[in-house]
Design a protein around this ligand. Structure first.
Ligand code: B12
Ligand code: SF4
Length: 465
């Protein structure tokens, strides 16, 4: 049996030299994990293709196609599903968007998987092999805080050269916070921690020294994090990951992170305005402490990738120059900007829908690089122009040089990172897909009420650990 596992192109920051493409991010674990969950039977052949770095093989021979769906890629995923189904190949859809809008996804697939895939996907495969695949598989949340059954990802199937950081690791899943714009709390309502021994097994299996944690909130449980970092010290790896700003107040934990090889952290600062942070339920970020926090981490050899968002209700047109100056004053090594985006399933989506402020339901626009809402204190065009302007200003060579001008062994790495963003700025100004704030000619429609749940009458296979 031949299984083809796909992710559509997410159109993210990437480096393209002729036909060679490299994503500037860590490798996703989605397909390598799903591949590892397949039976280790010589009869089962699997191929994985991440459309962000390789061409999707539209003509490939397959008995079953599985596609992972993020909101921003949903329409491409549905288009791919249509293609393979027209060729007579059954298609399974899974992932975050499917979990939030199963009634929409099932219209485009032979079967869907709601929630995690660790139990549901092997169950689906077993049914498929017996010619009895059902339309819906739902994996139930684990109420406990231990995530026990994650297999070693099959990295040998991935093209390592396609990624800046090919060795991604996940130790935890979910987040205990509820920022109004974030999908995570609604999709993974519990904070689940893998046994440290399992994570160490995965790290030991990686080649090369650098690993990237793709957990959304690695330090959420400081005791767990301390146990993990202590176990990592002898492995002599270099690593980075996503953390919340408030979790970095614990200097003992930071010392341990440094000892275990931490070299960069990605932090969602979002805004320099405390009122704004309160409005988005991210008041645990203390804007006045950003400078001390960043300096303290940089002194310990940790570079900072800092994320800021534009388009909050408190933002007016002054937010753009103010944020560019703030980023400069903070000395953020690699800044990243996004646009406030109401992902389906989030409190923000609910609120803006009620306020009739969502301009586009075309999921292609849900990449945080388009404006899909009516901002409170600007026009959509002003927000989009300001977003692009802030990117361009921030990555002007003179600013980059001033921002990175300090004695730091990671200066060269950060400089290359900034050069990549300069390429991205050029794309923002020249690529047709970034010409307008949103798809004005095809803004789509709000999901119908039936899209949020499984249609009545469909057989649902319940899977639990
Ligand atoms: C690596 C990553 C990326 C990679 C790869 C994306 C991908 N498909 O995984 C890239 C760089 C492309 C990316 C891009 C973006 N990302 Co991203 N990304 C991540 C990250 C950090 C890790 C993903 C991962 O490897 N998870 C581990 C695997 C094992 O879990 P999983 O993918 O959920 O898969 C499990 C189940 O969902 C299920 N499953 C998933 N797919 C399928 C398919 C089938 C057939 C089956 C059976 C099961 C199944 O089974 C798996 C095992 O349990 C997550 C955060 C996170 N930790 O999850 C954010 C996350 C997925 N990204 C997010 C966002 C917002 C983005 C961006 C918009 C922008 C940004 N600022 O990063 C763009 C999207 C652009 C676009 N056009 O869509 C959001 C998703 C929001 C949403 N509703 O879609 C997340 C959850 C982060 C967050 N804080 O909200 N991202
Ligand atoms: S802290 Fe990060 S992952 Fe957690 S809810 Fe907020 S934005 Fe999402």
């Amino acid at each position: 049996m031949k299984i083809l596992l796909l992710m559509p192109d997410a159109h993210m920051h990437k480096l393209r030299i002729g036909s060679f493409v490299r994503s500037m991010r860590e490798a996703p674990l989605t397909l390598t994990t799903l591949a590892a969950l397949l039976p280790s039977d010589p009869d089962v052949e699997v191929r994985i293709v991440d459309g962000s770095v390789d061409a999707i093989p539209l003509d490939a021979a397959a008995d079953l196609v599985g596609i992972s769906v993020l909101t921003g890629c949903a329409l491409s995923a549905y288009e791919l599903a249509r293609h393979y189904r027209q060729r007579g190949i059954p298609v399974v859809l899974g992932g975050i968007h499917v979990t939030v809008l199963p009634g929409e996804a099932i219209q485009h697939a032979d079967a869907i998987v709601i929630g995690r895939g660790e139990i549901a996907w092997p169950r689906l495969i077993a049914d498929f092999r017996q010619g009895q695949m059902k339309p819906v598989y739902r994996e139930h949340d684990i109420p406990d805080d231990v995530l026990p059954d994650v297999p070693l990802p099959r990295r040998a199937l991935q093209r390592d050269s396609g990624y800046m950081i090919p060795n991604a690791i996940q130790a935890t899943r979910g987040c205990r916070r509820v920022c109004d714009f974030c999908t995570v709390p609604s999709v993974w309502p519990h904070y689940l921690k893998r046994p440290v021994a399992d994570v160490i097994r995965d790290i030991k299996a990686t080649r090369g020294r650098i690993i990237g944690f793709n957990d959304v909130s690695l330090l959420e449980d400081p005791d767990y994090a301390a146990e993990l970092f202590t176990a990592m010290v002898p492995l002599r790896k270099k690593w980075g990951g996503l953390v919340t700003a408030d979790s970095l107040m614990n200097t003992e934990l930071i010392d341990l992170m440094v000892a275990s090889g931490c070299t960069y952290l990605l932090i969602g600062f979002e805004s320099g305005n405390q009122e704004t942070l309160r409005g988005i339920r991210k008041n645990f970020n203390q804007a006045l402490r950003y400078k001390d926090l960043i300096s303290m981490l940089q002194k310990r050899g940790i570079s900072i990738q800092g994320c800021f968002v534009f388009g909050f209700d408190h933002d007016d047109a002054n937010v753009f120059p103010a944020t560019v100056e703030l980023v400069q004053a903070l000395g953020v090594d690699i800044p990243r900007y996004s646009i406030y985006t109401p992902y389906p399933g989030t409190p923000l989506f609910e609120r803006l829908l009620q306020e009739n402020r969502i301009l586009s339901f075309n999921w292609n626009d849900y990449d945080t690089m388009h404006v899909v809402i009516e901002p409170a204190q600007m026009t959509p065009e002003e927000l989009y122009r300001g977003f692009k302007w802030a990117y361009r200003e921030t990555f002007r060579m003179s600013r980059v040089v001033r921002r990175l001008n300090r004695p730091d062994i990671r200066c060269a790495v950060n400089f290359v990172g900034n050069l990549c963003y300069r390429i991205f700025v050029r794309r923002l100004y020249h690529e047709p897909r970034f010409a307008h704030p949103y798809s004005m000619d095809d803004p789509g429609q709000a999901p119908a009420s039936g899209h949020w749940s499984v249609p009545a009458g469909l057989e649902v296979v319940s899977c639990s650990a």
